[in-house]
Design a protein around this ligand. Structure first.
Ligand code: GLY
Length: 438
C-alpha cells in the first residue's frame, strides 16, 4: 500500500487525486478547506480545516502512516506547508517556503533570473516607499506599464495599462495602494504576444516537461470582460501549441531548467514539485511573465489525464531525486478544458445555487471545484464550480466533447463556448503574424 496525504480541495487537486488513484495500491487521505465531492469519494479519510491550521494538519498527518504528501495550492506552499510536513518526516511533493518564493515574490524571481543571466525578463524595476519617486521616470521608458504586487493575490493583483488603468498618474496611484499591503511593487514593460503555460516536474536537479497548455483568463467570449482564475484551456496532440516554433519551446524549457538550477544555487535547497513557467511569445521571442510553484488550474486538467507513466512513480522520484530515471510519457491526444462558473462570476456571482450534473459522455471528464455537496444536492459557492475536459485525437473533437459535457451541467451557470474552437485558435495564430513574427 502507498499512503498519500493530499492537501487542497480544488479541481486541480481532484485530478491529482484521480491520477494518484490510478495506482491501485494508493490509499488517499485528504485535508480540505471544504468538502470536494470528487476528492471525498476517492479518499479513505478526510479532514476539513483551514490551510493555516497547522496544529490540525499535524494531528491529522501524524495519525496516518504516510509515505508522502502532495500539496496542491500556492497558499499553503508559500506558508510553509512542505516545511511542516517534512519536519514530521513526511516527504512532500511541493516546494518549501523559501523555494515557493518563486511564486509568492515577483521581485525574488525577477532578481533570480537577472542575477543568473537567464534570458526572458522584460525591462523591470522594483519599488518600495523609499524609491517610488523614481517610478515616474522609469515608466516613461516603457512601451506600456504593468504593475505587480510583490505577493500572492490569487491572480487578481496584476494591473495592465490599457486594461485596468490608462495614465501614468493612475499607475503611480496603484503602486501606492499596493505598497500599503505589500513590501514591494514590481513595475514592468507591457509585452504583446500569446501566453502559454509550461509546467515541468522537477526534483531540483532533473526537469521533465509536460505538454504545453494555453489558458484563457478573461471571463467572456472573445477574451473580453474581467480577469478570472482561468475560464478554460487547451492542449494539442503534439504537446506544443499552434503559434509556437520548436525553438520557442526549447527556449522556455531551457529557462525552466536554469531557474531550477539557480534557485538551488541561491538557497542550497532542492525544488521538489512542479515548476510552472508562465511565458509569452512576442515578436522578439520568448519572455517570462511569472513563475508558479504548483500545477496550473485549469492547465493540470489538460495534462494529468494524458499521463501514461504511473504518477506515484513520478512523485516518489521527485522525492528521492530520481527523476532522471523516469521515462515520462503522455498520450498524444488533444484536450479542451472549460470551467462552468456561477452567473455573475467573477464580480458578483450568484451564491449557494444548486447545480445538477447528468451523465458525462465517455470522451470527457468532470472535476469539481468550488462546490459544496450537502443534503439536497451540489451547491455552488462563489467561484469556479466544475471543470469539464474533452479528450480526443484533435482539438475540434475535444472541443465537441467538452461542449457535450458542459450541457450535462444545469443551473445558474455560464462558460466560455469559444475556448478550443477553430476560430479562437486561428485568432491566436493571426495575432502572432500581425506582430511580424514569421
Ligand atoms: N491558470 C493560472 C494559474 O493556475 O495560476
Amino acid at each position: 500500500m502507498v499512503n498519500v496525504l493530499l492537501i487542497g480541495n480544488g479541481a486541480r487537486e481532484h485530478v491529482v487525486a484521480e491520477t494518484l488513484k490510478k495506482n491501485s495500491d494508493v490509499k488517499l487521505y485528504s485535508y480540505m478547506q471544504s468538502r470536494n465531492p470528487g476528492i471525498d469519494s476517492l479518499s479513505e479519510e478526510v479532514e476539513i480545516g483551514d490551510y493555516d491550521d497547522f496544529e490540525l494538519i499535524k494531528k491529522f498527518a501524524s495519525s496516518l502512516n504516510l509515505d508522502f504528501a502532495f500539496v496542491g495550492p500556492e497558499g499553503p506552499l508559500s506558508n510553509g506547508m512542505a516545511d511542516l510536513l517534512e519536519e514530521l518526516s513526511i516527504p512532500t511533493v511541493g516546494p518549501r517556503k523559501e523555494l515557493a518564493k518563486l511564486e509568492s515574490s515577483k521581485s525574488f524571481t525577477r532578481i533570480l533570473v537577472e542575477e543568473n543571466g537567464i534570458e526572458g525578463n522584460p525591462k523591470f524595476m522594483i519599488f518600495d516607499n523609499n524609491n517610488l519617486k523614481e517610478a515616474s521616470e522609469f515608466m516613461d521608458t516603457l512601451s506600456g506599464i504593468v504593475i505587480k504586487p510583490d505577493g500572492l493575490t490569487g491572480g487578481k493583483g496584476v494591473q495592465v495599462q490599457g486594461d485596468h488603468f490608462q495614465t501614468k498618474e493612475e499607475a503611480i496611484k496603484y503602486c501606492e495602494d499596493v505598497l500599503v499591503k505589500h513590501p514591494h511593487v514590481v513595475v514592468e514593460d507591457k509585452l504583446d504576444g500569446e501566453e502559454f503555460s509550461f509546467m515541468c516536474f522537477t526534483d531540483g536537479r532533473t526537469v521533465l516537461p509536460m505538454p504545453l497548455v494555453q489558458d484563457h483568463k478573461r471571463a467572456l467570449k472573445g477574451d473580453k470582460g474581467p480577469n478570472t482564475g482561468g475560464m478554460g484551456s487547451y492542449s494539442c496532440a503534439d504537446h506544443s501549441l499552434p503559434f509556437l516554433k520548436k525553438e520557442d519551446v526549447d527556449t522556455a524549457l531551457k529557462i525552466n531548467k536554469e531557474v531550477v538550477e539557480a534557485i538551488h544555487k541561491k538557497t542550497g535547497q532542492f525544488f521538489r514539485g512542479i515548476i510552472y513557467g508562465g511565458f509569452i511569445i512576442t515578436k522578439d521571442g520568448v519572455k517570462l511573465i511569472e513563475y508558479n510553484a504548483r500545477f496550473g488550474d485549469p492547465e493540470v486538467m489538460n495534462v494529468l489525464p494524458l499521463l501514461k507513466t504511473d504518477f506515484v512513480d513520478v512523485c516518489k522520484a521527485i522525492i528521492d531525486h530520481k527523476l532522471d530515471g523516469i521515462n515520462l510519457e503522455f498520450e498524444n491526444k488533444a484536450t479542451v478544458c472549460k470551467y462552468i462558473v456561477p452567473e455573475g462570476y467573477p464580480a458578483s456571482p450568484v451564491k449557494d445555487e444548486m447545480i445538477t450534473i447528468g451523465e458525462i459522455p465517455k470522451n470527457a471528464k468532470i472535476y469539481y471545484s468550488s462546490v459544496d455537496k450537502r443534503e439536497g444536492g451540489i451547491f455552488m459557492t462563489s467561484s469556479r464550480a466544475v471543470a469539464v475536459v474533452g479528450i480526443a485525437d484533435n482539438i475540434e473533437e475535444s472541443e465537441k466533447f467538452s461542449e457535450q459535457a458542459v450541457s450535462c451541467v444545469k443551473g445558474r451557470v455560464f462558460h466560455r463556448f469559444d475556448i478550443g474552437t477553430k476560430e479562437l485558435i486561428q485568432k491566436r495564430i493571426d495575432h502572432m503574424e500581425s506582430l511580424g513574427r514569421k
